[in-house]
Ligand binder design. Structure first.
Ligand SMILES: Cc1cc2nc3c(=O)[nH]c(=O)nc-3n(C[C@H](O)[C@H](O)[C@H](O)COP(=O)(O)OP(=O)(O)OC[C@H]3O[C@@H](n4cnc5c(N)ncnc54)[C@H](O)[C@@H]3O)c2cc1C
Length: 418
C-alpha cells in the first residue's frame, strides 16, 4: 500500500530519496526552507562520482597532516579553534576513527556504495531528458611530489586489491589520455570507474522530473519540530503548519542535527566549508576530471566550462568566504596546469558550500532505534553527490521495509554515537 512520505531537505540526498520513494509508488512530499532553484551545497560542488574514494576522511595520518596544514592560511584543511562542546566531541570521535582497522572495515562498504550509486546515475541519465552531463572517462589523481606520488601508487595497489581498476601513468601516458591540457606533474593514477557530472543540471533536472511525476514540494517551509505518539512520529511541524505522514526522512545536510535534536537524537556533525570557482572560457579544457593531489583541489569540466573546488574548513555553520583559502586554490592550479595563471581567475566569484561531515567520514543512513518511522540520511561529507543515488535507493527500501540493496549497514547506523 502506498505510504505518505515526508522528506525534509531538498539537497541532492533529499532529491535522490524522493526519486526512489516515488518510484516505489509512495506519495512523496519534500520540504525545504530554501526557495526552489536555490544554490546550496548540492549545486556548486565538483560533481564527481568516486569509487576511488574508498578511504574515509578519518584515516591514519590525517591528524598529523591536519596539524601541519593548520599553520598555513592557504592550506586546504583548517579547523578554526573555538570553545564548542560539539566540536570537541566531534574531534574526539574523529581521532577515534582514524585507525587502520576502521578504514579496512569501511573500504569495501564505501566501494560497494559508490559503484552501486554509479549504476544508479547511469540509469537516471536515461530517464532525465537532456541528462546532466554524465561523463564516464575516469578520474586522474595528479601528483607533483615524488613522495606523494609513491603514496598514491600504494593507494592504487590497495584499490586493485578491492577490485577497482587503477592505472599508474607517467607524464607521457598521461598526455596521451588527456591531450587537451598541458600538465606539469610527476605522474598520475587513472581510476577509470570514476565519473563526473554537472551538479547544477542534475539538481534542476531531478526537481523538474519529480514535480512532473507528482512529488509535492513545499519550498520556504522550515521544519521546526515533530509531533509524536509514543515512538511513532505523526507529523512534521513547520512554520507553515503541520504535515502528517506515515514515514519521515531527515536529509537536511549540515542542519540535520538541529532537527534530530527535537527527537532526542544526537548526530555529531561539523560543517566542512569548501569553495569553488568556475571558468566559463578556460584557456584549455581537459576531458577528464582530476584531483590536484597535494593541493586537494578537484577539477571538473562541465560542458565548455571548468570548475575548481577545494578546501575543508571546519569553522562552524558559517558561509562567509575566507579569501586566503580561495587564493590557495587559485594559486595551486598553475603549478599543475601552467596555462592557468592567477589573472584569469580575477573575475571569478567564489561559491561556498557546507559539507555535512560526520566524525568517521561515513554517512548516517538508516532508522534510529528509538523512532519506528524515522529515517536519517545525511553526513555524506565530500561524497554527497557520489553516494546520493544509492543512499536514496536504500532509504526508499527501508521505507518499504524491504531488504536493502547493500548490507550490512551497521557502520552507517544513525545512532552509532549514542
Ligand atoms: C567545494 C565542494 C566540492 C564538493 N565536491 C563533491 C564531489 O565532487 N563529489 C561528491 O560526491 N560530493 C562533493 N561535495 C559534497 C556534496 O556537495 C555534499 O555532500 C552534498 O551536497 C550534501 O547534500 P545534502 O543533500 O546532504 O545537503 P544539502 O545540499 O546541504 O541540502 C540540505 C537541505 O536541507 C534543507 N534544510 C536544512 N534544515 C532545514 C529545515 N529545518 N527545514 C527545512 N529544510 C531544511 C536546506 O535548505 C538544504 O536545501 C562537495 C562539496 C563542496 C563544498
Amino acid at each position: 500500500m502506498s505510504k505518505r512520505v515526508v522528506i525534509v531537505g531538498g539537497g541532492i540526498v533529499g532529491m535522490a530519496t524522493a526519486w526512489y520513494c516515488q518510484q516505489q509508488g509512495q506519495q512523496v512530499t519534500l520540504v525545504d526552507r530554501g526557495p526552489a532553484h536555490r544554490d546550496g551545497c548540492s549545486f556548486g560542488n565538483a560533481g564527481m562520482i568516486v569509487p576511488s574514494h574508498f578511504i574515509p576522511l578519518a584515516a591514519p595520518g590525517m591528524i598529523r597532516l591536519g596539524l601541519k596544514w593548520m599553520l598555513d592560511p592557504e592550506s586546504p584543511f583548517y579547523i578554526r579553534p573555538r570553545l564548542s562542546w560539539e566540536l570537541l566531541r566531534w574531534l574526539w570521535c574523529f581521532r577515534g576513527a582514524c585507525k587502520e582497522s576502521r578504514v579496512r572495515e569501511a573500504a569495501p562498504l564505501l566501494r560497494d556504495l559508490h559503484l552501486a550509486s554509479r549504476r544508479c546515475f547511469e540509469e537516471l541519465q536515461t530517464e532525465l531528458e537532456g541528462g546532466f552531463g554524465l561523463v564516464q572517462r575516469g578520474l586522474l589523481m595528479l601528483c607533483r611530489d615524488e613522495h606523494v606520488w609513491q603514496e598514491e601508487i600504494e593507494t592504487s595497489e590497495r584499490a586493485r586489491q578491492l577490485g577497482l581498476p587503477a592505472r599508474v601513468l607517467d607524464p607521457t601516458a598521461l598526455a596521451e589520455i588527456d591531450p587537451n591540457i598541458e600538465m606539469d606533474v610527476r605522474g598520475a593514477i587513472h581510476y577509470p570507474d570514476d565519473c563526473h557530472l554537472s551538479p547544477n543540471r542534475l539538481m534542476l533536472a531531478l526537481q523538474e522530473k519529480l514535480s512532473s511525476r507528482g512529488c509535492t514540494f513545499h519550498w520556504e517551509t522550515e521544519c521546526q519540530g515533530f509531533r509524536n505518539q509514543g515512538n511513532h512520529i505523526t507529523a512534521v511541524v513547520t512554520n507553515k503548519g503541520e504535515i502528517e505522514a506515515d514515514e519521515f526522512l531527515i536529509c537536511g545536510g549540515i542542519w540535520s542535527p538541529e532537527m534530530t535534536e527535537h527527537l532526542n537524537l544526537k548526530l555529531p556533525m561539523q560543517a566542512g566549508k569548501g569553495y569553488s570557482v568556475m571558468l566559463d572560457q578556460p584557456p584549455e579544457l581537459p576531458e577528464l576530471c582530476s584531483i590536484l593531489t597535494e593541493a586537494r583541489v578537484a577539477v571538473t569540466p562541465m560542458g565548455s566550462a571548468l570548475r575548481f573546488a577545494g578546501t575543508m574548513e571546519i569553522a562552524g555553520v558559517d558561509s562567509s568566504i575566507t579569501q586566503s583559502r580561495v587564493n590557495g586554490i587559485v594559486r595551486s592550479i598553475q603549478q599543475y596546469f601552467p596555462k592557468f595563471t592567477e589573472t584569469i581567475f580575477k573575475e571569478c566569484q567564489p561559491w561556498v558550500g557546507l559539507r555535512p561531515c560526520s566524525p568517521d567520514g561515513l554517512p548516517y543512513l538508516g532508522r534510529p532505534a528509538i523512532w519506528e518511522n524515522l529515517i536519517i540520511s545525511t553526513g555524506h561529507a565530500m561524497m554527497g553527490i557520489s553516494l546520493a543515488m544509492i543512499s536514496g535507493k536504500i532509504a526508499a527500501e527501508i521505507v518499504d521495509r524491504q531488504p536493502t540493496t547493500i548490507k550490512p549497514l551497521h557502520l552507517l547506523a544513525p545512532d552509532r554515537y549514542g
